[in-house]
Design a protein around this ligand. Structure first.
Ligand code: ATP
Length: 308
């Protein structure tokens, strides 16, 4: 399948000499949800801004729907909806005018029915005649999304869409994302909330210091890098782990009341059962046990050395 977005050897060096992107290549398939994760300053916004034609690349080629984002700017821009981090629109304009005007800017014919549908889906219809400055922060965010959807884009970029928004808006946003995806819209989001990426993305890309460290199907990534941890609560405190349990590489908590076992389920099938049997043979009684999957957060921290 031809990717809807193709990025080849993309670099960006800003005027002050700072190298924000150092050779990124990536294909984004039509209809997928891709989450780009990375610490502050990793280069995510720079990458999005280049695809959207707001920032010029230093070198490399980016195409959207087969069109070059620099040479065919108008064509590529009309296919894209961008929800930026901040509102930069005229604060005195009404919600309805702001969103309708945005559709016009992208060269689309007026379509009041579409604008009404978008405003209703974002619970903004009742506020359509209010000036932007009269809206709460969360409602302004909704306007940003409405603007991005005004011209029925094939690709939607959400740059930190849920930073600082309340639970209700976050929930609405993700249900909107699911609806759009069902309609075939390709969605690329940047987020610091890894649980969000874990929940909604098909693929996850990790960006750090201007490089794309990996991009991988989310389930595969979790399978490959994800590990499990089993915590066993002991009936009696243990001074040290007996030598006969060496093969499991166990850790004992400082109070001696828990044994922690890190393992990769696929790589060592049956090892958990064998461990339980060996514990019994060593007369170590277990009162309870719990397992936890290594999260995307753990994977992210291990790759970038930073918290998201
Ligand atoms: N106009 C500019 N001139 C110089 N440096 C810039 C400019 N814009 C961004 N940068 C730098 O490029 C780097 C990448 O910034 P970018 O906004 O792309 O990161 P990000 O991954 O989106 O970060 P965040 O998660 O904080 O939004 C940062 O170090 C930033 O300071």
């Amino acid at each position: 399948m031809t990717p809807i977005i193709s990025i080849r050897d993309l670099t960006k060096t800003y005027a002050n000499g700072f190298s924000a992107l150092k050779g990124v290549s990536l294909d984004i398939e039509e209809g997928e949800i891709l989450a780009l994760l990375g610490p502050n300053g990793a280069g995510k916004t720079t990458m999005i801004s280049i695809i959207c034609g707001i920032v010029n690349p230093t070198s490399g080629v980016v195409t959207v729907g087969g069109h070059d984002v620099v040479k065919d700017f108008r064509q590529t821009r009309s296919m894209i909806g961008l929800v930026p981090q901040e509102l930069t629109t005229d604060q005195f304009e009404s919600v309805l005018n702001t969103v309708s005007f945005s559709r016009g800017i992208h060269g689309c014919k007026a379509n009041p029915a579409h604008i009404e549908k978008v405003l209703k889906s974002l619970s903004l219809w009742d506020k359509r005649n209010s000036a932007l400055r009269e809206l709460s922060g969360g409602m302004k965010r909704r306007v940003l999304i409405a603007k991005a959807l005004s011209h029925e884009p094939k690709v939607l970029f959400l740059d930190e869409p849920t930073a600082g928004v309340d639970v209700a808006l976050r929930r609405d946003m993700w249900s909107l994302v699911s609806d759009l995806r069902r309609e075939g819209v390709t969605i690329i989001l940047t987020t610091h909330y890894i649980e969000e990426a874990e929940e909604i993305a098909d693929r996850v890309g990790i960006v750090n210091k201007g490089e794309l460290l990996l991009v991988e199907d989310k389930a595969k990534l979790m399978g490959k890098l994800g590990r499990k941890q089993m915590v066993l609560d002991l009936v009696e405190p243990l001074k040290s782990i007996p030598g006969r349990l060496d093969e499991w590489d166990l850790k004992l908590t400082s109070d001696g009341m828990q044994i922690v076992y890190d393992y990769q389920p696929d790589a060592t099938p049956g090892s958990l059962m064998a461990l339980l049997a060996a514990l019994e043979l060593s007369s170590i009684a277990v009162s309870d046990m719990a397992s936890r999957q290594t999260s995307l957060e753990d994977i992210f921290v291990s790759m970038t050395g930073e918290k998201a």
